[in-house]
Design a binder for this molecule. Structure first.
Ligand code: ADP
Ligand code: MG
Length: 632
């Protein structure tokens, strides 16, 4: 491995293939948005100062009392723009790792998402941590000189690249820690070499940055309107004040959105946000955003986003996962605590009562933000639900104390709605006829499989609404939810479905019918042998001859299939076959006196039921043959 103490002479290295590809795409597709490079570089500089401030807590020797700031300058003759920060800096290996050969996990996903539409693609930049490279949109060459805080000045690093596939790297000297980036501009970018232009870009994109961004004072003019000698004095161009510390009423929506871009690395506008100061056992400020687009790695355990934790305005850590429960992992933003000790570690956060209090407060805040959106901005809520509904559902399982609030936020499709998820449990209950006392649902692989399931025939006939649940997580959700507003959730596919007062026939009549059907049940059972646990008659079927149900105590058949797909061991319980005694096929079987014919019919009846359940047939060719001979 590389040795930090050894002086290394110049070497040329190649970008990884993905990085090369990305550079090419970026340069060509984002030219019309070229100004974004500045906010990317300023954002990195601000992150670097955040990191240094944090290190200074643990290592006071890194604190020389220096003012931490970013400096921007330009040279009209050389056609260069220079951005410096006195933040954490990078070591030799870090430069290679961060802006060199190694494509981050997101790079390829980023390339796959590019649409060819300049505007859309520009919005994607940064979301995958590719911000630095955007400087190649305007620069034909980038020179980066950096010294990691704490290292000897001779361990500074000089990195140069034309962005065409290679970079060179060597040790150099630099007196103070931090990073200086010089952009040698391509032709056609002279508009950027202007005090006015750079200042307005800083105010537009980087006003909210916590640290001063300084530029030389504008040259003064003499009486004849000529520029006097250039000023040597720096002045701060941005507000340089942590946005969340300011009064809500002084912050514009534009500023909130720009701050979101900075912290979330997401250039889609957020759907909404909440900004509040909490004073209680814990004193903290929270600024939390609901994004409008799911990131590509929402289900990736290694995703690297979340809430940023600040303590007394000092940045402490990214992705402080303990600050919100997992099912709210799509929320972005910051929490700034007044009370936590500055030297907290991830380990301390794991088991801190103070953090628990903040998390529970922040969770409630997000839930009420979602409730507000659902009530007052239904279109936005719909967008939110499309992107994050399945993650929110995890809350029913994960967060017992807020289960009912979360359940109210859920949206479903049902037999009374279109394919879009719009039905709330409250609406469902409001529509229930007075004899109905349960909430019925069915789980299936797809919307069509659910909607056309034979299990729903009796419900359709009686005009009873059934929730159609087709997301993988739904089985777990209903089993944890159990009931809502004191109404039990019941699967329309459960064995011995009890429709209670909704039943057509009374108990006596049902008993009589069961008695009458005994011989045919026996006949089918014998024909199917090991395939089924039992054969029963049912009242739930209207048009279909048969359906399969899970035995009374076991897990649902859909659940069992999901577990199998996930590679988990299952009990392999045998289903119960339910038949519709009124159906022609059943009557035909009843009348059959030929053993082979009886067996074939029984198998057809079974296989049909298996197919509508979405199961794989054991012997598909046999099924087809039997069907064909039945038809002809
Ligand atoms: P991101 O900021 O999303 O991580 P970038 O491409 O903007 O992606 O930057 C890549 C990495 O390069 C940063 O994560 C950081 O580690 C490093 N880096 C970039 N600019 C600086 C800087 N001015 N000072 C220190 N490190 C920097
Ligand atoms: Mg960046």
């Amino acid at each position: 491995m590389n040795n930090q103490h050894e002086q290394r002479s110049k070497q040329t290295m190649s970008f990884q293939t993905e990085v090369k590809q990305l550079l090419q795409l970026m340069i060509h597709s984002l030219y019309s948005n070229k100004e974004i490079f500045l906010r990317e570089l300023v954002s990195n500089a601000s992150d670097a100062i955040d990191k240094l401030r944090f290190e200074q807590i643990k290592h006071p020797q890194l604190n020389h009392g220096q003012e931490l700031f970013v400096e921007l300058s330009f040279d009209k003759d050389q056609k260069t723009i220079t951005l410096s920060d006195n933040g954490i800096g990078m070591s030799y290996d870090e430069v290679i790792e961060n802006i060199g050969t190694i494509a981050k996990s997101g790079t390829k996903a980023f390339i796959d998402q590019l649409s060819g539409d300049d505007k859309k693609d520009a919005n994607l930049i940064g979301q995958f941590g590719v911000g630095f490279y955007s400087a190649f949109i305007v620069a034909k060459q980038i020179e980066l000189t950096t010294l990691k805080a704490g290292l000897d000045s001779s361990k500074a690093v000089h990195w140069v690249s034309e962005g065409s596939g290679e970079f060179s790297i060597e040790n150099t000297t630099k007196e103070t820690s931090g990073t200086t980036i010089v952009l040698h501009l391509k032709d056609g970018n002279d508009d950027l070499l202007s005090d006015w232009q750079l200042r307005s870009l800083i105010r537009k994109y980087s006003d909210h940055i916590n640290y001063p961004i300084k530029m030389l004072k504008m040259p003064e003019h003499d009486e004849e309107g000529k520029e006097k000698a250039p000023s040597t004095e720096l002045e701060t161009v941005n507000k340089a004040n942590a946005l969340w510390v300011r009064n809500k009423s002084d912050i514009t929506d534009e500023e909130y959105k720009e701050f979101y871009r900075h912290i979330a690395h997401d250039y889609h506008e957020p759907l909404t946000w909440t900004h509040s100061r909490v004073e209680g056992t814990q004193e903290y400020t929270q600024l939390l955003y609901i994004p409008s687009q799911a990131p590509f790695d929402l289900y990736d355990n290694k995703r690297r986003y979340g809430i940023k934790l600040y303590i007394k305005r000092v940045f402490i850590m990214d992705d402080a996962e303990k600050l919100l429960p997992n099912y709210l992992r799509f929320v972005r933003g910051i929490i700034d605590s007044q009370d936590l000790p500055l030297n907290v570690s991830r380990e301390i956060l794991q088991s801190s009562k103070d953090i628990d209090a903040i998390r529970s407060g922040a969770t409630k805040k997000v839930l009420s933000l979602l409730e507000d959106m659902a009530k007052n901005e239904p279109d936005n809520y719909k967008k939110f639900y499309q992107e994050f509904g399945n993650v929110l559902k995890e809350g029913v399982i994960e967060d017992y104390s807020n289960k009912d609030r979360i359940a109210k936020l859920l949206r479903f499709t049902s037999t009374a709605s279109g394919q879009e998820q719009t039905v709330t449990l409250e609406e469902y209950i409001a529509r229930m006829p007075s004899e109905q006392d349960k909430i019925y649902y069915i789980t299936a692989e797809s919307y069509n499989a659910a909607k056309n399931s034979p299990h729903l025939e009796i419900f359709n006939k009686k005009d009873i609404e059934v929730l159609l649940l087709t997301d993988k997580i739904d089985e777990w959700v209903v089993s944890h939810l159990n009931e809502f507003d004191k109404k039990q959730l019941v699967s329309a596919a459960s064995a011995n479905l009890d429709l209670g007062k909704l039943e057509d026939k009374n108990e006596e009549e049902q008993k009589a019918q069961a008695e009458k059907a005994k011989p045919i049940l026996e006949k089918i059972k014998t024909a199917l042998g090991e395939k089924v646990q039992d054969v029963n008659i049912t009242t739930r079927l209207v048009h279909s001859p048969s359906c399969l149900v899970a035995p009374n105590s076991g897990m649902s058949m859909h659940m069992e299939r999901l577990l199998k797909q996930a590679g988990q061991a299952t009990a392999n319980t045998k289903p119960t076959l339910e038949i519709n005694p009124e159906h022609a096929l059943i009557k035909k079987l009843d009348a059959s006196v030929d053993d082979q014919e009886t067996k074939d019919l029984a198998l057809i009846i079974y296989d049909q039921a298996a197919l509508t359940e979405g199961m794989q047939l054991e012997d598909p060719a046999g099924f087809v043959n039997r069907m064909n001979s039945l038809i002809s």
